[in-house]
Design a protein around this ligand. Structure first.
Ligand SMILES: C[S@@+](CC[C@H](N)C(=O)[O-])C[C@H]1O[C@@H](n2cnc3c(N)ncnc32)[C@H](O)[C@@H]1O
Length: 239
């Protein structure tokens, strides 16, 4: 991979990942990829919530090129949205097709159940598991295994009620989490002490969050033409 430019590397990675169903957009995959690429050789990335592996293979391909490892935590919950055991089969097939099986370690457990007994450090955290307030708040506690100045990426940071309330309650006033920026509603944080300006940047995302929740309500009410008026021309939720 090293002889290629970053853009060329990403194009190869995305060509593989984009065949896998999921919610990750191209721009969000680029953010995941760019942050992963800054890690030293041999680094470990921990992902909470893998589904069919769309994001896992992005991280896995970076890991494969840099002697790294991805720890993918997902219990494969049953239900209409996530699909349970059949999703696990697809996840494993997709890892195989992307040739990343040997660099991805799957932990078949709930993040909240795995964390209390966890001991292993890692270098990068991606949170995209259960989106309720309490689970997300607990998932942020995985940062105790990260070094200072590490990247934490959070999907649906500003499009889900539970996750955004978690950010307001656990990040806005925290002393060791700095909000950097977002790609759609995927947010990048770092494990450093925030300045007032960093905290204010979170507050300034609130109109964007309210817009996204409003669009989700409009789509549930089958009012897509109204959603179009606020610039959302898609049958899918804003991610
Ligand atoms: C939105 S999907 C993840 C999408 C994936 N990152 C992608 O790029 O396609 C959420 C996943 O989180 C899993 N999940 C739900 N609760 C979880 C928990 N407590 N810990 C870890 N994963 C969880 C679900 O089984 C589901 O596969």
């Amino acid at each position: 991979m090293t002889a290629l430019s970053h853009d060329e590397q990403f194009e190869r990675v995305w060509a593989v990942a984009d065949r896998i169903p999921g919610w990750l957009t191209r721009a969000q995959a680029r953010l995941l990829f760019d942050e992963a690429l800054t890690l030293p050789a041999g680094a470990t990335m921990l992902e909470i919530g893998s589904h069919q592996g769309r994001s896992t293979v992005v991280l896995g391909q970076v890991a494969r090129s840099a002697d790294g490892t991805v720890i993918a935590i997902d219990p494969f919950v049953e239900g209409r949205l996530f699909g349970g055991a059949s999703t696990k089969t697809k996840f494993l097939t997709h890892l195989d097709e992307a040739e990343v099986t040997d660099v991805v370690r799957h932990v078949e457990d709930y993040s909240t159940q795995a964390r209390p007994a966890w001991t292993e450090g890692f270098d990068y955290l991606y949170i995209d598991g259960k989106h309720d307030f309490w689970t997300f708040s607990d998932d942020l506690r995985w940062r105790s295994f990260l070094p200072r100045d590490a990247s934490i990426l959070v999907h649906d940071a500003f499009s889900s009620i539970g996750v955004t309330l978690g950010i307001l309650a656990r990040v806005l006033f925290s002393r060791d989490l700095t909000y950097v920026r977002r790609e759609g509603s995927m947010a990048l944080f770092r494990t450093t002490r925030p300045k007032l300006a960093d905290r204010l940047r979170i507050v300034r995302e609130m109109p964007w969050w309210i817009r996204n929740v409003g669009i989700k309500v409009l789509l549930r009410l089958r009012l897509r033409p109204v959603a179009r008026l606020v610039g959302h021309d898609s049958p899918y939720d804003p991610y």
